[in-house]
Design a protein around this ligand. Structure first.
Ligand code: NAG
Ligand code: NAG
Ligand code: NAG
Ligand code: NAG
Ligand code: NAG
Ligand code: NAG
Ligand code: NAG
Ligand code: NAG
Ligand code: NAG
Length: 847
């Protein structure tokens, strides 16, 4: 019934995925064949071939009871990680490059214990155990069983060319997460029962994608996290070919059945035990997102398309006159001359330089779209050069591939070729991209699954297309978008001599994309379910390092009613990337076009985002430094609370701000789950209520705001002076919100630097402070002794102290009071005090 209802919604909107074009498992031969295979002990370890070198490298032959033998390599890596590789003795499989941040470091093996039927390899507190016959690999942390791979599930079926399959079991887990990207709940659903397809990972341009679906979308991150209440372990399949995952969750049976089209069996096994440990291990392999420029964290306005330079300037001017903060205006494909990238339409964008000056005069920036397909047209320099140098993807017969995309007939840059990456990247330079200026501050890489308008090949390149070194497209399909952003990233770095941190938004992504780009959830729909799933999707991305994530505010396809639009602005303000975008053919919906009541709601949502920019900026810095996600599902910090495992519409910004999106129409209350037990308390941002942890409370809501809470004990640093862009806020002072706990204590951090360059990393030029506030003092302590905060003074306008005056009890909320301090003990204004932080500084609140 539920499914029928959902389906009916799609029909009424005219948006549903095309199931004739996009295949299910039964229409993909290797998936259909391997999915229902029966367990069969086909392999046994040949112990006589076992070689263990104490640098953490174990190799052994797996004797096939029928068919070909396999070679196993088990590497012990630092940080409680193992790498298991299995291949044919005479393997010709493609070995993936470009994904890992660096070659993983081998760990020293502490001890090896050989028995008749197994060998145990101990590295610190972790143990890998290989059983010989039947062949099984077990991974333990101390005595706790974490991950199992049973040989009986392992299939290398020659009749399916290079396809292989295996199961991974997580004996200590209750629920699996990961496998970005699907329009589905964060908690992976059980598949396989009642005809549900496995989750698919094959990057595809799925227009009108459906909710609650295991269908592929634009990105693929082949990571599974097995989450328990006390134990967390995961696997990362380092393989960019098409793959399918059948999922089973539940005590003693949490497992995945994994089917892969080609490439290597190359599996990283990562052992927590805590949630943050596990996420840190994965990011140790694939890297972190680097601190972005401050302006990228502001509000972005986009549309397919602003059709002329006048339109662009007009929108920017109207944001200003109507008092809406805005940092960036976006150009979709129509700014180009006939969809030729790195050009401008001579009629509608006749004076791009003047337009960029106009944008800059309002303290805004420009981002423009650049796709990977290149119009087939003699005389178009990007095309001619790539054709001549052999930088396009080829057909299996060796001729250059041509397919339809926005420009009509197009060829596709072969980003696997480092020279082609360099070539394409060079067009971002100011010389090669005529009329581009530094105001064009970021680039949007779209259609990079890549998208080819041909339904017979699932709208992408065929598997047998050929890349550099005669690599078949099927082996690298899922990293095409990653390689595209790698090229853009290098191009932007070169363009600005390495001074500015590049900003890129990409639709297609893979493990490791976080080193180059932000992501968004692609072409969503103006419907409530898509608002809700934007939280699931960006939380999933955040657990997988893709921290700079957002969804089109308002929904890309269709027209949101004003209630949905307001709710989306309110919820979207708490996702890391905050951009409104809408499809061709939809009604214009720039916020100043609505009546003043709606404008007020949207304006205050955007203003709340800007007030918290210091929180966002600090969290992005701390992500790069500590590898923690920027936004987090509640179970990241409260994994002992089973209620948090499948919670929807909730997120934590860092660890101290709890947000409950209102993703339901017409409601007067929403249920908020407060995590953390009786010692964790949460203060309402709008009211004066205090709630106790591990309670579900029905909170009244009106259209003006959504429920947001500060964790008691935290210090939240804001900039409360209202401005219209981040550039105009640079010299504003900060407001410290101290949320005192029962012991009258609170603490937090703040980070500031020049907001644009790499001097923070290269020369330690930044100011990173720990802030402690109690009932008497505000103390500021420099975190890194050797950092240089010159020029980055932390200027305090106000200290707002939130003090609990009535404890919550028996499910009834407590109450807090707010006191604002602008003076010190001597009655002097704190306002505009500047500090150097060579010594801890104490400010007496004069109580
Ligand atoms: C797979 O897709 C085909 C074509 O859309 C459909 O006929 C078939 O029923 C689907 N199979 C399953 C198991 O969903
Ligand atoms: C591990 O040992 C095998 C066999 O000696 C060797 O081929 C392989 O390159 C080694 N791997 C690493 C990462 O050292
Ligand atoms: C599968 O369908 C049957 C019959 O409709 C139902 O009883 C059962 O609960 C379903 N199982 C799952 C896991 O949804
Ligand atoms: C911007 O404001 C001007 C003046 O009020 C108005 O004429 C124009 O239509 C507005 N532009 C847009 C895109 O709403
Ligand atoms: C930018 O363009 C708008 C709209 O044409 C105009 O109103 C505004 O004065 C221009 N700003 C500058 C600084 O030229
Ligand atoms: C390769 O195949 C394409 C498409 O079928 C065809 O147009 C082209 O002529 C072929 N090229 C060669 C060299 O055979
Ligand atoms: C990069 O270096 C070139 C050559 O030294 C110089 O002309 C240009 O202004 C520099 N650009 C930036 C953004 O620093
Ligand atoms: C916290 O501060 C209040 C007000 O200053 C004071 O009455 C109370 O005793 C303090 N509590 C503790 C635990 O210090
Ligand atoms: C406040 O700071 C002063 C130092 O300036 C220190 O002597 C005092 O103990 C502090 N009070 C508290 C409650 O930490």
């Amino acid at each position: 019934m539920l499914r029928l209802l959902v389906f009916a919604t799609f029909i009424s909107l005219g948006h549903f995925a095309d199931h004739d074009t996009f295949k299910n498992c039964s229409r993909v031969n290797f998936c259909n064949t391997l999915r229902d295979r029966q367990p069969l002990d086909k392999y046994a370890v040949d112990a006589s071939t076992l070689v263990i070198d104490d640098n953490g490298n174990v190799t052994v032959t797996l004797k096939a009871k029928e068919g070909s033998d396999l070679q196993l390599e088990l590497l012990a890596l630092v940080d409680r990680t193992f790498r298991l590789r299995i291949k044919e003795v005479d393997s010709t499989r493609y070995e993936l490059k470009d994904v890992l941040v660096s070659e993983p470091q081998l760990a020293h093996i502490d001890s090896v214990m050989q028995q008749d039927n197994y060998v145990t390899i101990q590295v610190g507190e972790t143990t890998a155990q290989i059983f010989y016959d039947p062949f099984i690999v077990n991974f333990y942390l101390v005595q706790v069983h974490q991950v199992v791979i049973e040989g009986s599930s392992l299939t290398f079926d020659k009749s399916l060319d290079q396809a292989f399959a295996f199961n991974v079991k997580f004996p200590s887990a209750l629920q699996l997460y990961g496998l970005h990207e699907h329009a589905d709940s964060l908690a992976l659903q059980n598949t396989g029962t009642n005809g549900t397809d496995p989750y698919r990972l094959r990057n595809l341009d799925v227009a009108g994608y459906e909710l609650d679906s295991p269908m592929s979308l634009y990105g693929a991150v082949p990571v599974l996290y097995g989450w328990g209440t006390y134990s967390h372990a995961g696997v990362f399949l380092h393989n960019a070919a098409e793959q399918w995952y059948d999922i089973t969750n539940g005590k003693w049976e949490t497992q995945a059945n994994i089917m892969v089209e080609s490439g290597m069996f190359d599996l990283f096994v990562m052992i927590g035990p805590s949630p943050d440990d596990l996420v840190h291990r994965y990011l140790g392999l694939t890297g972190t997102f680097r601190l972005p420029q401050l302006w990228t964290l502001g509000y972005h306005q986009s549309r397919w398309s602003y059709m002329s330079q006048e339109d662009v300037k007009d929108v920017v001017a109207n944001f200003t006159t109507n008092n809406f903060p805005l940092d960036v205006i976006w150009l979709d494909v129509d700014y180009t001359d006939g969809k030729k990238y790195f050009t401008w339409d001579p009629k509608t964008y006749s004076d791009p330089v003047e337009m960029q000056k106009n944008i800059s005069a309002a303290y805004k920036r420009l981002v423009a779209i650049i796709d990977p397909h290149i119009k087939v047209e003699k005389g178009y320099n990007v095309y001619d050069g790539a054709l001549e140098k052999g930088y396009f993807v080829k057909r299996s017969n060796g001729s250059v591939f041509e397919g339809d995309c926005w420009p009509g007939l197009s060829s596709y840059v072969d980003f696997l070729n480092p020279d082609a990456r360099q070539y394409y990247g060079s067009f971002y330079s100011y010389d090669n991209f005529p009329s581009s200026t530094p105001v064009l501050a970021g680039i949007w890489n779209d259609m990079n699954e890549p998208s080819v308008f041909d339904n017979s090949i699932e709208k992408t390149l065929p598997g047998d297309a050929l890349h550099f070194g005669d690599v078949a497209h099927r082996d690298i399909h899922n990293i095409y978008g990653l390689l595209h952003t790698m090229s853009t990233h290098q191009g932007l770095l070169n363009r600005d001599n390495g001074t500015n941190r590049p900003f890129i938004l990409t639709r297609s992504h893979f493990a490791g994309t976080q080193r180059y780009s932000a992501i968004w959830t692609g072409d969503n729909t103006a419907d409530w379910g898509y608002l809700s799933v934007s939280y699931d999707s960006c939380l999933d991305a955040n657990l997988l390092g893709l921290v700079f994530c957002g969804a089109d505010v308002g929904g890309f396809s269709g027209n949101p009613d004003t209630e949905l639009l307001q709710r989306w602005y309110q919820a979207g303000a708490w996702l890391p990337f905050y951009r409104a975008h809408s499809s061709e053919g939809t009604e214009r919906r720039e916020p100043y076009l609505f009546d003043s009541g709606v404008q007020d709601v949207i304006r205050s949502a955007i203003q709340l985002r800007y007030k918290h920019l210091p929180v966002w900026y600090t969290l992005f810095y701390e992500h790069e430094r500590n590898r923690d996600p920027v936004i987090r599902p509640l179970f990241y910090h409260y994994s002992y609370e089973l209620e948090t495992f499948s919670l929807r519409n909730h997120l934590l910004v860092g660890r101290d701000i709890l947000v409950r999106a209102v993703a339901e129409p017409g409601v007067e209350t929403v249920t908020v789950h407060f995590p953390g037990g009786q010692y964790e308390h949460w203060m309402s941002l709008d009211g004066t209520e205090v709630y106790e942890g591990t309670t579900d409370v029905d909170i009244p809501v009106d259209i003006k705001s959504i429920p947001v809470y500060y964790r008691v004990g935290s210090v939240i640093v804001r900039k409360d002076t209202l401005r219209l862009s981040t550039d105009e806020m640079i010299n504003d002072g900060y407001t410290i919100y101290a949320n005192l706990d029962r012991r009258n204590q609170s603490s937090g951090t703040v980070y500031l630097d020049d907001f644009t360059s790499y001097n923070y990393a290269n020369n330690k030029q930044y100011n990173y402070l720990r802030i402690d506030v109690d009932d008497v003092n505000v103390s500021l302590t420099k975190i890194d002794e050797d950092s240089n905060p010159d020029g980055f003074d932390f200027i305090i306008d106000e200290v707002v102290v939130h003090r609990i005056v009535q404890e919550p009890q028996n499910g009834k909320p407590g109450r807090y009071e707010k006191q604002i301090y602008r003076t010190d003990a001597n009655g002097q204004l704190l306002k505009k005090l500047k500090f150097k932080y060579d010594e801890p500084i104490y400010i007496n609140l004069g109580l």
